[in-house]
Design a protein. Structure first.
Length: 159
C-alpha cells in the first residue's frame, strides 16, 4: 500500500540541528525552510506549509496521481494525502527525517536529500513502515528560500 503524509494525526520531526555543524556554507537556511515546513505540517498549520513553496511548485509522491504541478499544488497534495489515509483506514502517522545526506547551494538554487522513515497505524492496530528519501529543490525568492520541487521516493511500506 502506498501512503504519504496526511493532514490528520501527523507527527513530523526533522533532526537537522545536530547536522548543522557538518553542513556546507549556505546550507543552514535551506534546512531551516524544510524544518519549518515539516514543523508546520506537524502542527496542522497549513498556511505555513503552503507558504514554504514557490507559487508553482512540483510535488512527486507515491500515491495517485503521483505528481502535482502548478498553482495550488501544496493544497491539492495535502488533500490527496488526507484522502489516501482515509481510504486506507490510517489512524496515526509519523514521519521522521534524519539529518540531510546532501545539500548543495549554488547562488539562488539549492538541492537537498533527506532520509526519512514513514510509520503509520491502521484501524486494525497493525503498523507499517517505509524508509525513503525526500529530495528537495529550493529557490531563493527575495530573502527567503522556497521549496520548488519535493519528491518522496522509497519502497512500499511493510509490517
Amino acid at each position: 500500500m502506498s501512503l504519504a503524509v496526511p493532514t490528520i494525526a501527523v507527527a513530523l520531526s526533522l533532526l537537522a540541528s545536530a547536522a548543522d555543524a557538518q553542513l556546507a556554507p549556505g546550507a543552514a537556511p535551506v534546512i531551516a525552510v524544510i524544518s519549518r515546513m515539516t514543523d508546520a505540517v506537524n502542527r496542522g498549520d497549513l498556511p505555513t506549509v503552503f507558504a514554504a513553496f514557490t507559487p508553482s511548485p512540483t510535488i512527486v509522491e507515491d500515491l495517485a496521481p503521483y505528481r502535482w504541478q502548478g498553482p495550488g499544488t501544496p493544497q491539492a497534495w495535502i488533500e490527496g494525502m488526507g484522502a489516501n489515509a482515509q481510504a486506507h483506514g490510517i489512524t496515526t502517522i509519523n514521519m521522521r527525517l534524519a539529518p540531510p545526506t546532501r545539500i548543495d547551494v549554488s547562488s539562488d538554487r539549492a538541492y537537498a536529500i533527506v532520509p526519512g522513515q514513514l510509520s503509520y497505524t491502521l484501524k486494525d492496530g497493525h503498523s507499517e513502515h517505509a524508509d525513503g528519501l525526500i529530495t528537495v529543490l529550493l529557490q531563493q525568492v527575495g530573502a527567503d528560500w522556497k521549496i520548488d520541487t519535493l519528491i518522496w521516493s522509497g519502497p512500499q511500506a511493510t509490517r
